[in-house]
Write a protein that binds this ligand. Structure first.
Ligand code: THU
Length: 135
């Protein structure tokens, strides 16, 4: 299945809007209800308003009714400004949102230019996560 997502990620990269960095990112989220949601990074001339691909996908999942804890898998592929596919890991902000929306048990799949995948649990990527229990 991950090779199917890899193919879809390659196509999805073309939807990325990244004229400032030239760094395209695509993400596919798989949820516990069987839902699959896609996201790309969308940059802005006001740079900090840029949204990452992973959060775009998760926000779409939530918009479509996925509840906290529903995110199970996060698939990620990037392409740099020379057009080469490249492995990317989620930024800190995305790790926070992945942890919170997955009940801290998501698996993150990061692909390289050959489709080789590196898998990490979100706990590996964000140990000691702040999940809101203290609020
Ligand atoms: N980016 C993502 O979409 N996901 C990440 O996890 C890291 C960074 C995007 C944001 C920006 O459009 C570009 O990559 C360069 O930082």
């Amino acid at each position: 299945m991950s090779q199917q997502y890899y193919k879809e990620l390659i196509q999805l990269l073309d939807q990325s809007y990244a004229p400032y960095s030239g760094f395209n990112v695509a993400s596919i989220i798989v949820c516990n209800d069987g839902g699959v949601y896609k996201g790309v990074n969308v940059e802005s001339a006001a740079y900090p308003t840029t949204i990452c691909a992973e959060r775009n996908a998760i926000h779409t999942a939530v918009t479509n009714g996925v509840k906290k804890g529903g995110v199970q898998e996060v698939h990620i592929l990037a392409r740099n400004d020379t057009g080469s596919l490249i492995r990317a890991f989620p930024c800190g902000s995305c790790r926070q949102v992945i942890a919170e929306q997955s009940s801290n048990d998501a698996i993150v799949y990061c692909y390289n230019e050959n489709g080789d995948v590196v898998m990490h649990t979100i706990v590996e990527l964000l140990p000691f996560a702040f999940l809101g229990d203290e609020l």
